[in-house]
Write a protein that binds this ligand. Structure first.
Ligand code: HEC
Length: 450
């Protein structure tokens, strides 16, 4: 009996040791791979999302297995550019090295399915949204993109009518054709109804190349009020860049009052070039707030067009990697919710932190390999307090050599920021901070999406 116990003990210890210290050499789709793909990939790779093809069924995933192994091994997918050893954000999406090697082993074994009865159910993702089921779905005018057209920058009015005046918690832009929609920066129009009889008058679209001034463009799409005055705009209510999930904060934080009848103004809807004629039917999802927004968001930007100058001026010489910095002294205690680093094609790396008057460093973000295609609005899991008198320091490296495969010039030539020009061949160096005036206890408020 004693001997039997001893063997049993050894076996238990051995199997424990074995399970901890060896890799899973027989991964199957149902046990190992489906849970990974459903967690890390499916939110974008499903119908009407930005991922161009589906990763839903065993067949979808097997068909793309070699590509999947390639993109995960090269850390191209899932697209998460912020260094997780520096700071953390909501929605962080990273595969561990063990998970990557599991995927590689599975592909080498020719994608065994395992017990098909145990394939987990698909994640319950809302169709047509990354946030949930919207209260209102507003179509943006369908726009034709001609073949071989260069970049197009449009100003687009999106009128809407709600059942009543209300409060809005989140506004989500969903691209119709994510191959061509590059980015959106949009405001909410606040007409003075004594001065604007019909919010729906005017065209819906102005091409910024043809309507030479903002005033002409506003006139054309009926944004000016009847007496020629400008309406108030709530800025940056709706933004989109590939990979960006619209901000959605806890009730009472952020949000906007919306009149029953009004409009969004996509102040900048940028379409990239296309090799064939395509159509874009994008739309906007609205999520109502349960509570009156008590703490409206505030924003400032550093660098290009911002509160702090770039040092030295952003004139990037060819055939060199150059470093630029920008510094801003915070005049009051603030609580940071979300940050958005922004550079164009020459960007190489991005670093931002705050240094308190006591010389403590508060890490904000490090992007070791800048990728123009994946720019995010990064929201902290909890608000980050930056005490009054702290210096926010931002550093960007720009690679204007021919080894930068994204360099728009061959051979490289001098590139500079051009009054905030969004053209991808002009550069920008910007850090946008969404914050609230600090209140006691802010650092304990979770910003996680529920
Ligand atoms: C945030 C959205 C998003 C997530 C999450 C995401 N993808 Fe993608 N994926 C895209 C987009 C958009 C493209 C096309 C643009 C590009 O190639 O950068 C793409 C392209 C790809 C490609 C095609 C590359 C090519 O050139 O043919 C593969 C393969 C791929 N993804 C696999 C994955 C896998 C595997 C995961 C999870 C581990 C994943 N993706 C997660 C959005 C996403």
């Amino acid at each position: 009996m004693k001997k039997y116990c001893f063997i049993l003990c050894c076996l238990t210890v051995f199997s424990f040791f074995f399970s901890c210290h060896t890799k899973n050499t027989n991964p199957t789709f149902s046990e190992d791979i489906a849970p990974l793909i459903y967690t890390h990939c499916t939110s974008c790779h499903r119908p009407n999302q930005i991922g161009h093809f589906n990763l839903l069924t065993y067949q979808d995933i097997k068909k793309n297995a070699n590509k999947i192994a390639y993109v995960v091994s090269h850390h191209m997918m899932p697209p998460w550019k912020a260094d997780p050893n520096y700071s953390h954000f909501i929605g962080e999406n990273i595969l561990t090295e063990d998970e990557i090697s599991l995927i590689n082993t599975w592909v080498k074994l020719n994608c065994p399915i395992g017990d098909s009865l145990h394939i987990p159910t698909l994640p319950n993702l809302p169709p047509g949204s990354m946030l949930g089921i919207p209260d209102l779905h507003i179509p943006v005018k369908t726009i034709a993109i001609e073949s071989n057209y260069n970049d197009r920058f449009l100003l687009v009015k999106v009128p809407y009518e709600l059942p009543q005046d209300t409060f809005i918690r989140a506004v989500e832009f969903m691209p119709g054709n994510s191959n061509v929609v590059h980015h959106v920066n949009g405001d909410m129009v606040r007409f003075d109804f004594d001065k604007k009889k019909n919010v729906y008058d005017g065209d819906l679209v102005s091409d910024m190349k043809l309507d030479s001034t903002i005033k002409l463009a506003y006139q054309k799409i009926g944004i000016l009020q009847d007496d020629g005055s400008y309406p108030i705009l709530a800025k940056s209510v709706v933004n989109y860049l590939p990979g960006v999930i619209a901000q959605q904060y806890p009730d009472g934080i952020g949000g906007w009052k919306a009149n029953k009848k009004n409009a969004f103004l996509l102040a900048d809807l940028h379409f990239g070039p296309s090799s064939e004629k395509v159509w874009d039917s994008s739309y906007i999802n609205i999520f109502y707030a349960k509570e009156i927004p008590k703490r409206p968001l505030q924003e400032f930007q550093m660098g290009t067009l911002g509160v702090s100058p770039i040092v030295p001026a952003l004139i990037i010489p060819p055939n060199k990697i150059s470093k630029y910095t920008t510094d801003f002294m915070v005049p009051n205690d603030i609580s940071i919710l979300t940050i958005n680093p922004h550079m164009h094609l020459l960007g190489k790396s991005f670093l931002a932190y705050a240094l308190t008057p006591q010389q403590d460093t508060i890490r904000l973000i490090h992007i070791p390999q800048w990728d123009f295609n994946w720019q995010n609005f990064y929201t902290f899991p909890k608000m980050v307090k930056i005490p009054k008198g702290s210096n926010i320091h931002v550093e960007g490296l720009f690679d204007n050599t021919s080894s930068n495969i994204y360099n728009p010039n061959n051979p490289p030539k001098e590139v500079r920021d051009n009054l905030g020009s969004m053209r991808t061949t002009d550069e920008m160096f910007q850090f946008i901070i969404t914050y609230l005036p600090y209140q006691e206890g802010d650092e304990n408020i979770s910003l996680e999406r529920k």
